[in-house]
Design a protein. Structure first.
Length: 675
């Protein structure tokens, strides 16, 4: 492991950092913050500062694809063992903030771990490298909650140029046809939407690639979906993401390494004298000039803490808050921006009353299954089972950056509710939608739903009714995740909700921004995603569970599957599946050890969550926090640029979308010529 710089030895010292007056000050050096800082600092006449609470990390746990994707105990020669942890960096306090939710009342009272990257590059350094997009219809919903005159700012047509600007997919040798050879026939492959050459970028900052080799699970997985009538999508990046396909990954195929935000955006710009980055700096609160009118408040700087000492950085033009869905609302509240009643209860002076701060939080929720593979099926369990294979692949990777260490599972299937119902062969979801509509109507009548939630649900119901967008994602992992036995190979399937109706919240827990948590001096927020609090989400996961059963029973999958090991018994009754869902489903796929009906699992799996929506983009009348230019209502020069602004859940892994939002925001900031 490379040495980690201490908090007081970042790229710039705190004392020196505070002597400067920045034109633009960015809070958070991650998925959104670094692209913005890199773009703004292209102008040598402005000074850009970045406050990042983490450090620079150079470590195989972060860089090596298989090592960052799979069981760290498989790689005991390189890193300390962590039993059953799928993401080698996740759950380790040197890389992860190791946060946890409140007990989830509708998910078996569980406290669920929340991974969040603690480094320059943020969670792009610990995620699973997946590089995909939502459908065009979903991106068209981004501006739907804004005033009509502003809605054009955020839609598929306005965002596509930035989705392509971000990426460098030049390593792709075939023109976007992913796995047509693994489909049963050419009839099982479809091409639609924006043509490949117009929908995929080749000159962007983030190098993306496909695998150069695959486990034995991939071909039968794809052919299994084809057997069920789900085609292989040759270009899921063109606006139609339905079907089964190979996902690109944020991996530089030439080097065999992960490409995170620090590599893609900071490293090429690090030589600029007008770009200053301070590491180990925990943003505490914003500083305002309140002498202007109440609706014209200026942010003049940021109070931050390094090694327990408080400092202030000053900003001349703008402050851009890119601290992520979890910490952005916390910083707003500590600064006096949020629900006036909440702030008053916490003895925080209310500067701007925005009741939606920290509310409307959404999360993709998944349910797992696992199967013992038949003898001779090659999976990533080979690292665990075959010392010679491990040694050979280690040597190959060290010499060339290629081989199985440079590979990772990246196959997924996105299905509409119509496709799910057709495959499952029942009308259960039809009745569940009717019940959902009745519930929403009743909650609207009783005033239980906020205005913005009513508007969100209207959009989500519209997407369901049109039956064109993906409702469930189902993907596989070519390895065992729980209760693995020596010498055995496994595969796991996961099915997850893409447009959840459950809504949670994230709020500051203490007035003190540095109230100690378990692992460091971060003030841990109150994380309450309220998983599965809406029964329709449970109905969707039940449908997803049955969908995985259908897939495993196709002839292509039967050739590699021996029997099911998770759950360890076949759940024929829906009520038993629902009980399993409430005890096993978790956000972004955190499968934790616990009692599942009549069994207990020792090992656990943690995947990175996809929280969004804690500071949504919507009109102020509806309850939005930021406007179409991403400015916080009631301020002149404070913007939020991260996943917290996303107003409606998207069927995708969000890193590519957040990069694109950041690129678009940078252009907005430059065009606005901020005061």
């Amino acid at each position: 492991m490379a040495s980690l710089p201490s908090a007081s030895h970042g790229l710039h010292s705190a004392d020196k950092f505070c002597t400067l007056t920045f034109d633009y000050l960015v809070i958070g050096g991650g998925n959104a913050g670094l692209p913005i800082a890199a773009r703004l600092s292209e102008n040598p006449d402005v000074i850009v500062g970045v406050l990042e609470a983490g450090t620079v990390v150079e470590d195989p746990v972060i860089d090596v694809p298989s090592l960052s994707m799979f069981d760290p105990h498989l790689f005991y020669l390189l890193i300390p063992p962590v039993s059953g942890n799928v993401g080698a960096a996740i759950g380790r306090p040197e890389f992860d903030y190791c946060l946890s939710t409140e007990p989830q009342l509708t998910a078996s009272q569980r406290n669920i771990a929340l991974a969040r990257g603690k480094m320059l590059g943020g969670s792009t350094g610990i995620n699973y490298t997946v590089w995909d997009r939502a459908s065009s219809a979903e991106y068209d919903t981004l501006g739907r909650l804004l005033d009509p005159a502003d809605q054009h700012e955020w839609c598929w047509d306005s965002l596509l140029p930035y989705l392509t600007k971000v990426e460098d997919a030049s390593s792709i040798s075939e023109a976007g046809d992913t796995f047509p050879g693994f489909s049963r026939s050419e009839e099982d492959v479809f091409r639609s939407g924006v043509p490949f050459e117009k929908s995929v970028g080749m000159k962007g900052a983030v190098k993306t690639s496909y695998n150069s080799l695959w486990a034995d699970v991939t071909q039968p997985y794809i052919q299994g979906w084809n057997t069920l009538g789900v085609p292989t999508n040759a270009n899921p990046y063109g606006g139609n993401k339905s079907g089964v396909y190979n996902l690109r990954r944020a991996i530089d195929i030439e080097k065999g390494k992960r490409v995170h935000a620090s590599v893609a955006y900071f490293k090429p710009a690090s030589h600029r004298k007008n770009l200053k980055v301070l590491l180990g700096a925990q943003a505490a609160r914003l500083i305002f000039d309140t002498s202007a009118s109440h609706e014209d408040i200026r942010v003049t700087g940021v109070e931050f803490i390094v090694d327990g000492k408080t400092f202030v950085a000053n900003a001349r033009k703008e402050v851009i808050l890119s601290a992520g869905t979890v910490q952005t609302p916390q910083i707003l509240e500590l600064s006096g921006i949020g629900d006036a009643k909440f702030l008053e209860a916490h003895n925080i002076e209310c500067i701007i009353d925005l009741p939606s701060v920290g509310e409307n939080v959404t999360e993709h929720v998944f349910i797992p299954t696992q199967y013992l593979a038949k003898e001779g099926t090659k999976t990533f369990d080979e690292f665990r089972n075959n010392p010679q294979f491990l040694a050979e692949q280690t040597a190959l990777y060290e010499a060339t950056g290629r081989g199985w260490f440079a590979a990772a599972d990246a196959n997924a299937c996105f299905n509409s509710i119509e496709t799910v119902s057709r495959i499952n062969g029942n009308d259960t979801l039809k009745s569940a939608i009717s019940a959902l509509k009745e519930q929403i109507a009743l909650e609207t009548k009783n005033g239980t739903l906020s205005h913005v939630q009513q508007a969100q649900f209207d959009i989500q119901l519209e997407l369901l009714e049109k039956k064109q967008t993906a409702t469930l994602e189902t993907f596989h992992m070519s390895k065992g995740i729980v209760a693995v036995e020596p010498g055995q190979s496994y595969l796991a399937l996961f099915s997850g909700i893409q447009h959840p109706f459950s809504r949670g919240s994230i709020h500051t827990r203490f007035m003190d921004p540095l109230k100690p948590s378990v692992h460091d001096s971060l003030n841990p927020p109150i994380l309450d995603p309220k998983l599965l609090s809406n029964n329709f989400d449970v109905a969707l996961l039940l449908a997803g569970y049955r969908l995985m059963e259908k897939l495993v029973n196709t002839e292509p999958m039967k050739k590699i599957v021996q029997h099911q090991t998770l759950p360890p018994i076949i759940l024929s009754e829906d009520e038993h599946v629902e009980a399993f869902i409430r005890q096993a489903a978790q956000p972004g796929l955190h499968i934790m050890g616990g009692q599942f009906l009549v069994w207990s699992l020792v090992h656990h799996l943690r995947l990175l969550p996809h929280y969004a929506g804690s500071a949504i983009m919507a009109s102020r009348e509806l309850g939005g926090v930021v406007d179409a230019r991403l400015k916080v209502y009631g301020t002149r020069n404070l913007r939020i640029v991260d996943a917290s602004i996303i107003p409606v859940p998207l069927a995708c892994h969000v890193q590519a979308t957040i990069y694109a939002i950041a690129e678009k925001a940078a252009d907005m900031i430059i065009a606005d010529k901020s005061v």
